[in-house]
Design a protein around this ligand. Sequence first.
Ligand code: TYD
Length: 213
Amino acid sequence: MNRKPLFITIEGGEGTGKTTMIGRLAAYMQNNSIPYLITREPGGIDIAEKIRSIILNPEHTSMDARTEALLYAAARRQHLVEKVEPALAEGLTVICDRFVDSSLVYQGIARGIGIDEVWAINQFAIENRMPDITLLLDIDPETGLSRIMSNPDREYNRLDMESLAFHHMVRDGYRLLAGRYPDRIKVIDASKSLSQVEQEMIRVLESAILKDF
Ligand code: TYD
């Protein structure tokens, strides 16, 4: 069968379980013999990792919101051309932990720059390369943050220090985008048990895969 490699992105606020679910997606890909690459922004690309360490450094409390948005877009660009595009060209389905929607929501909405402004600089960065499907793990921020706090292994970063109101804006922002792009962004209820979330994710994915064959 001639499979079209899909570009899949996973989005969601803090503590939605993205990392766990990405592990389960990897197992699904393996079990179904679908060649794949799992990556995350900035995804082990040296230049992009360096940009990320500037953005997420807890000492950089004075970072301007637009500077942050530009840095994310720059890291995204590098990751896209160095890792995502070559993988898709090789026929791998790419599963990417966060992509442009993160910037639209965190920088555009939660930081208040505006979706259109953030979209404009990201268009420059991604040149129309959008995901085929985006799985949005949705959970109320109180539950998400309490999950994070109970996980001792998780790195703590500058964005975790944001107020609860910020995380609510993130959640609402994602839901707004999902309403705007219902064909691409699929909302998954992440408050359910891990196996239920996994099942729902696979169900959504399979209908997208079938559509593309
Ligand atoms: P990440 O390391 O993916 O954290 P998480 O484990 O929560 O997914 O991302 C770190 C933070 O960066 C996260 O709080 C979201 C934020 N972020 C943005 O604000 N804009 C962006 O474009 C991206 C990719 C991430």
